[in-house]
Design a protein around this ligand. Structure first.
Ligand code: TTP
Ligand code: MG
Length: 343
């Protein structure tokens, strides 16, 4: 199997440079400009100063006094993403887009997979003025690791033997399937790298982590049987959280805000919008109640999402103790509504 993972370099920043070429080769950050703002992404010039995603903007500015900051836009990045991935799809291989700026392609059967990947990379640069990194390997996990190894404009091939060596040195957080919670539990066990994880037996992992444990056992041995699935589309996106029973409205409000923030971020990252907002609660007796509302226009952004979710919550909640609160958006659609004139 030849799996190619492509990931655009400093994507939002690169799009901003396309829209305003005066920003080219300058240290640039995209994100909130107010004092509490954070960096969404930074150009590679800015990264040299240590600026990176999720860093508070004031910190970025103190690291890099010449930093140019532009606000995050709505819509535009999704439109550019559609053009680029629409183009890559024309090569006729199975493609699965997994976020606004990355996709897997199953290029098994190509005469020269490496040459094909390089052609795609060159053509994306020539046609769209955008830099993309490519990773080629025998499964999704290692293809993604590969695309990240030599950014920006990198091209890395990982074969089976090299893959096993690379995995040994990976911090566990980079191993597919290990989220924050699992990583924390593994660290408690003294497991920090792939090499450490290799020491754990299958049965132990299975007992400690369930089905995911056996997956981890395989993953760290370079085995990943996930296929490239072009049609894979989400039906809804959102978060759900359980907590010790409480009837604190201040707490619910704060959790709803956080859910709205996370959900809006995921939607932007995946380049999707949605028309239906649903709030779900579970009472102390485990009764589940949901309330939804569908809007004529997509609900976009953290503020709008929070406003609608709060209204739904207020009409649903009767003052009892709750143990779960969920927020989701459905009736999803790709965020391609805004047209760009420059492409
Ligand atoms: P990434 O591919 O993670 O980052 P990137 O493309 O900016 O940089 P790299 O060259 O390392 O791939 O994410 C793609 C876009 O998603 C990014 O340009 C901005 C957006 N994004 C957020 O909105 N919030 C975040 O926390 C992150 C990490 C990314
Ligand atoms: Mg990227």
């Amino acid at each position: 199997m030849d799996i190619l993972h492509v990931d655009m370099d400093a994507f939002f920043a690169s799009v901003e440079i396309l829209l305003n070429p005066a920003l080219k080769n300058k240290p640039l950050a995209v994100g909130g400009r107010n004092p509490s703002g954070i960096v969404t992404t930074a150009s590679y010039e800015a990264r040299k100063y240590g600026v990176h995603s999720a860093m508070p903007m004031f910190m970025a500015k103190s690291l890099c006094p010449n930093l140019i900051v532009v606000p995050t836009r709505k819509g535009v990045y999704g439109e550019v993403s559609r053009k680029v991935f629409g183009y890559l799809e024309h090569y006729g291989y199975k493609m699965e887009q997994v976020s606004i700026d990355e996709a897997y392609l199953d290029i098994t059967g190509a005469k020269d997979p490496a040459a094909l990947a390089k052609t795609m990379q060159r053509e994306v640069a020539r046609r769209f003025g955008l830099s993309m990194s490519c990773g080629l390997s025998y499964n999704k996990f290692l293809a993604k690791i590969a695309s990240d190894m030599d950014k920006p404009a990198g091209f890395t091939v990982i074969d089976e033997a090299r893959g096993r060596e690379i995995i040994k040195d990976l911090p566990i957080s980079k191993i597919h399937g290990i989220g924050k919670k699992t990583a924390a539990r593994l660290r408690e066990l003294g497991i920090h790298t792939g090499a450490d994880l290799l020491l754990l037996e299958r049965d132990f992992l299975k007992e400690s982590f369930g089905k995911m444990g056996t997956e981890l056992y395989d993953r760290v041995r370079g085995v990943d049987l996930r296929l490239v699935e072009p049609g894979r589309k989400r039906k809804s996106i959102g978060t759900e959280e359980t907590f010790p029973e409480t009837r604190s409205r201040a707490f619910f409000k704060e959790r709803l805000m956080e859910s709205a923030r996370q959900t809006a971020f995921l939607m932007e990252k995946k380049g999707i919008v949605g028309y239906t907002v649903t709030v779900k609660i579970k009472t102390r007796d485990f009764d589940t109640h949901t309330k939804s509302k569908t809007f004529p226009e997509p609900v976009e952004g953290e503020k709008a999402l929070y406003r609608e979710a709060k209204a739904l919550f207020d009409s649903l909640y009767g003052g009892e103790k709750l143990r779960l609160l969920g927020l989701s958006v459905s009736a999803l659609e790709e965020n391609y509504s805004r047209q760009l004139r420059f492409l």
